[in-house]
Write a protein that binds this ligand. Structure first.
Ligand SMILES: [Zn+2]
Length: 86
């Protein structure tokens, strides 16, 4: 993986972090807004549509933060056959 790809992947994986830098659900006692498990990114909600790909399919922020690193979850219409976590 190229350095640029690695940096982009790290950026995408950071999108679930709260304003204190903790991943959603991780321990965060940074303020009253978390004070326990991190509430995650309050500016980007799971399932929120971000745009449209070149085929007209919706690009969405995955509902499950555990799959942020799996590109198929960002374009669910393109990946209907993939197994979903329970
Ligand atoms: Zn926090």
């Amino acid at each position: 993986m190229r350095d640029a790809d690695r940096a982009l992947a790290a950026l995408l994986l950071a999108l679930d972090r709260c304003e204190h830098g903790r991943h959603k659900g991780d321990r965060c006692t940074g303020s009253e807004s978390c004070n326990g498990p991190s509430v995650g990114n309050k500016f980007l909600q799971p399932g929120q549509r971000l745009g449209t790909d070149m085929y007209g399919r919706s690009i969405v922020y995955p509902k499950d933060h555990r799959v942020l690193g799996v590109v198929d979850y960002w374009v669910p219409e393109a990946a209907r056959s993939i197994a979903r976590p329970v």
